[in-house]
Design a binder for this molecule. Structure first.
Ligand SMILES: [Zn+2]
Length: 169
């Protein structure tokens, strides 16, 4: 005990598990003879190893899962079905907007036909094919409607995702 213990404890581990070379074993044993700390250390190793070997596999109490599940708060129930009015709202908005634009166009018909671009537009094959301003306008807007409706499911999903909640709600 008077001498400071300067041995690498890994050497004692190696000794205990008999993974030590002859030369190092000699060194370790010689040190142990005069170092009670290291003898104690080896004894502790021995005791620990024994209790580990005596350790029995333990199975959890029955109903452990139930006990755990009881402590987990129940998640709020998800809506069973999509709110139809809410899902349809964007489509209704689109249709209303298109109708509004068409109404404005009908009122502005005479004014629009006075614009110079209408003269150019009237010469276009597409307009000639359908003849009148009204039919052409309606066709243009139907085309726009179909394009918009084709994109709307994506837009609705995007707008309802939590990511954009701040912007849309
Ligand atoms: Zn020692």
């Amino acid at each position: 005990m008077t001498k400071m213990c300067n041995i690498n404890k890994n050497l004692l581990l190696d000794l205990y598990f008999q993974e030590i070379s002859g030369k190092e074993e000699q060194k370790a044993r010689k040190h142990m003879e005069q170092c009670s700390k290291c003898r104690e250390y080896l004894l502790t190793l021995e005791q620990t190893n024994q209790s580990l070997h005596q350790w029995q596999d333990q199975s959890p109490l029955p109903h452990t899962l139930d006990l755990i599940m009881e402590k987990i708060p129940e998640a709020p129930p998800k809506p069973a079905s999509v709110n139809l009015a809410r899902a349809a709202a964007p489509f209704i908005k689109i249709v209303v907007s298109i109708l509004a634009v068409l109404v404005v166009l009908v009122f502005l018909h005479n004014q629009v036909t006075h614009f110079s671009f209408w003269e150019t537009l009237r010469e276009w094959w597409f307009v000639k094919l359908f003849g009148s301003f009204g039919v052409t306008a309606v066709l243009f807007f139907l085309l726009g409607t179909f394009i918009t409706l084709a994109f709307s499911p994506v837009l609705i999903l995007e707008s309802q995702s939590r990511k954009y909640k701040y912007y849309f709600s």
